[in-house]
Design a protein around this ligand. Structure first.
Ligand SMILES: [Fe+2]
Ligand SMILES: [Fe+2]
Length: 280
């Protein structure tokens, strides 16, 4: 029996889609709203180094994977994350045109990732599983809840949709590698708490860096608006809380939430604008 739990009909293959977003990223691209734009940019700024670390962590166990289905999924996972890194690196470079000090933000996160890279392999992989859980829950929310991308230009929406689709497709790959090669449930849960702390910390710091540049770091109105967006009404992050926390259950698995129908619908929508997305 295969140790891969990715269900039938989900193919994990990188899509060679490219996004030209330079004009959008010069603007407050998310609803012309300074907090929302800063928040999403803060996420993007963590992706290239973060996703490279996911690749490195899974590679540490590559030789131990004998199951051909899981081995093929690992190849697909690495290909997808490498392309996400490429597109988000371009995205982050383009942010410089608005005057953000992207290099300083990168250097701050790089220091953290240098520390992560020195951890024992089982903790690195557990960290990847935890971070992949966050991306999978956020991806499901982006694909299912229109509030996430309301009043966003179609090009920006498609970039986030593309990334969310592939995060959903490969959401169990690192997890299945962990289950087969490490399998320690306690470690998985403890490391998730560290991932939660660090993901919150760097999202917050990056958001502050963007707001400082916009002259809004000390604007009460901006923060109240942002807190309302994330935690009040619509409260996009608040709505995700039960799904985030599900990870702490013994026996949790990413495909407990079977969102294949959402995946298919989202892929149809993406390929209306990017036909090459279908022929992955
Ligand atoms: Fe990714
Ligand atoms: Fe991922």
């Amino acid at each position: 029996m295969s140790v891969s739990s990715t269900p039938e009909g989900v193919e994990i293959a990188p899509r060679h889609v490219s996004f030209e977003l330079d004009d959008e990223l010069k603007t407050l691209w998310h609803s012309n709203n300074v907090f929302r734009t800063a928040f999403f940019n803060a996420l993007s700024l963590q992706f290239p180094d973060g996703e490279q670390q996911f690749i490195n962590a899974v590679r540490l166990y590559r030789d131990k994977i004998k199951d051909p289905k899981l081995a093929a999924e690992v190849r697909g996972f690495i290909g997808q994350e490498a392309l996400h890194g490429r597109e988000h690196r371009r995205y982050n470079e383009a942010l410089k045109s608005r005057g953000y000090d992207v290099d300083a933000i990168d250097a701050r996160f790089r220091k953290h990732m240098d520390w992560v890279e020195k951890l024992p392999p089982n903790r690195q992989l557990a960290g990847t599983c935890g971070a992949e859980h966050y991306t999978a829950v956020l991806a499901n929310a982006i694909l299912s809840d229109p509030e996430w991308m309301q009043s966003v230009s179609p090009k920006m929406r498609e970039l986030w949709r593309w990334h969310a689709i592939e995060e959903t497709e490969h959401k169990a790959v690192a997890f299945d590698v962990y289950r087969q090669c490490v399998g320690n449930e306690r470690l998985r849960k403890i490391v998730f708490l560290f991932v939660t702390y660090n993901f919150t910390k760097y999202t917050f710091l990056n958001t502050c860096s963007m707001l400082r540049h916009e002259g809004k770091l000390w604007s009460l109105r901006t923060w109240l608006d942002g807190i309302n967006f994330l935690w009040g009404k619509p409260g996009i992050v608040r709505k995700c809380l039960p799904e985030f926390m599900a990870y702490l259950k013994t026996g949790f698995h990413p495909w407990e939430q079977d969102n294949r129908a959402l995946l298919e619908k989202s892929l149809d929508e993406l390929s209306e604008r990017y036909p090459e997305a279908k022929s992955a």
